[in-house]
Write a new protein. Structure first.
Length: 306
C-alpha cells in the first residue's frame, strides 16, 4: 500500500476541500481544442445525421456546447442504439472511434437501427487530457439522478428525450499508463485514501454489466476486435484492473451501482470498451479501428437478437 503523500496536492488521509480543487485546477493545461478537433467533424457529419445540441457547460467562462448525432427520420419501428465516446475526455480513441464509426460505417445501419451518437461527452476533459471534469468529478461515476456532473446530467436528459426503448449502448473508453501514473493516485488523494498500485493491462478488454451480463454479446465483440488488435490477458491473479476475468477479455462491474455511463439507457445489451493506446504493439489508428470494430460487432449481434 502506497501513502498518498507522494501526490502533490492534499494532506494524506484528508479528502480535498475547495482549496485543493483550486490547486488541482491550476495544474491543468489545455493541450488540444474541442472546437478544432471534434466540432468540425460533427458539423461535417450533420449532412448525413441530425445534429443535436443537447447541453452546454460553462467552466470559469469557458463554454462548451455538447453535441450528438442522430439518424435522420428516426423510425419508431426500429430499435435504438446509443454510442458514447469521450466520457473520460483523455481517452482519445473513444472520441475518434465514435466519429470514425459514423464517417465510415454508420451508413451501413441505415434502415436497421436508429443511431444516437454522442462523440465527446466531456470536452473540458478532452482538452486537458484528463479523466475528471473541471470540478474534479469523474463523469463515469456520475450517471445518477441529480448528478453533480453537468456532462452526465446533460446526457441523461438527452437519453430521456428519445422515443422508445434502447436495445444497445456501447461506451468507448481506454485504459492508459496515466491511469496508474496520475489518475488513480489523484483519486486516492482527492478522497483521502491510500493508493494501491495495480497493473495496466496490455490490450483491449470489455466491461460487462454484472447485474445484466450478456456473455455472448461480449464475446462477439471480442472476436471482432481480435482481428484488429490484441486482447488483454489477465494478470497473475486472473484479474484485469483488479476484477476477475469472467471470459476472454471480459470483466464485470455493476454499472448502475457505480453510476457508469453504460447504465444510462437501461438497454438489454450494454458494454464499456477499453483500448490500451500506450502498448508498443498498437498505433492510434489501430485503436480507433478497434473501437469501430467493437461498435459494428455490438450492433450486428444486438440486431440479430432483436
Amino acid at each position: 500500500m502506497t501513502d498518498t503523500a507522494f501526490y502533490p496536492i492534499g494532506t494524506p488521509g484528508q479528502p480535498w476541500g475547495e482549496a485543493e480543487r483550486d490547486a488541482w485546477r491550476a495544474r491543468q493545461i489545455r493541450f488540444r481544442r474541442y472546437d478544432e478537433d471534434v466540432v468540425p467533424r460533427i458539423e461535417a457529419l450533420a449532412q448525413r445525421y441530425e445534429r443535436i445540441a443537447y447541453g452546454a457547460l460553462d467552466y470559469a467562462g469557458e463554454r462548451y456546447t455538447l453535441f450528438a448525432l442522430r439518424s435522420l427520420a428516426c423510425d419508431p419501428a426500429l430499435p435504438t442504439a446509443l454510442v458514447t465516446g469521450g466520457v473520460h475526455g483523455y481517452e482519445t480513441s473513444g472520441v475518434m472511434g465514435a466519429l470514425e464509426f459514423l464517417e465510415k460505417r454508420g451508413g451501413d445501419y441505415a434502415g436497421k437501427v436508429n443511431l444516437l451518437v454522442a462523440p465527446c461527452v466531456s470536452p473540458w476533459g478532452y482538452e486537458r487530457i484528463n479523466r475528471w471534469n473541471y470540478d474534479a468529478v469523474d463523469p463515469n461515476r456520475s450517471f445518477r439522478a441529480g448528478s453533480e456532473a453537468g456532462e452526465a446530467a446533460a446526457l441523461i436528459d438527452l437519453v430521456a428525450a428519445q422515443p422508445g426503448p434502447f436495445l444497445l449502448h456501447i461506451d468507448l473508453h481506454e485504459t492508459t499508463d496515466s491511469d496508474e501514473g496520475e489518475f488513480r493516485p489523484a483519486l486516492a488523494a482527492r478522497d483521502g485514501k491510500a493508493y494501491e498500485p495495480d497493473v495496466v493491462p496490455d490490450g483491449f478488454y470489455l466491461v460487462d454489466d454484472a447485474e445484466n451480463p450478456q456473455p455472448m454479446f461480449q464475446q462477439a465483440i471480442i472476436a471482432a476486435v481480435a482481428k484488429v488488435t490484441h486482447i488483454a490477458p489477465p494478470d497473475g491473479n486472473g484479474d484485469i484492473i483488479g476484477s476477475p476475468v469472467v471470459a476472454h477479455g471480459v470483466i464485470e462491474y455493476p454499472q448502475a451501482r457505480y453510476a457508469m455511463c453504460a447504465s444510462v439507457t437501461g438497454a438489454r445489451f450494454t458494454t464499456t470498451t477499453e483500448v490500451y493506446p500506450d502498448s508498443p504493439r498498437t498505433t492510434p489508428e489501430e485503436c480507433n479501428a478497434a473501437q469501430v470494430a467493437a461498435v459494428c460487432a455490438a450492433l450486428d449481434h444486438a440486431l440479430a437478437q432483436a
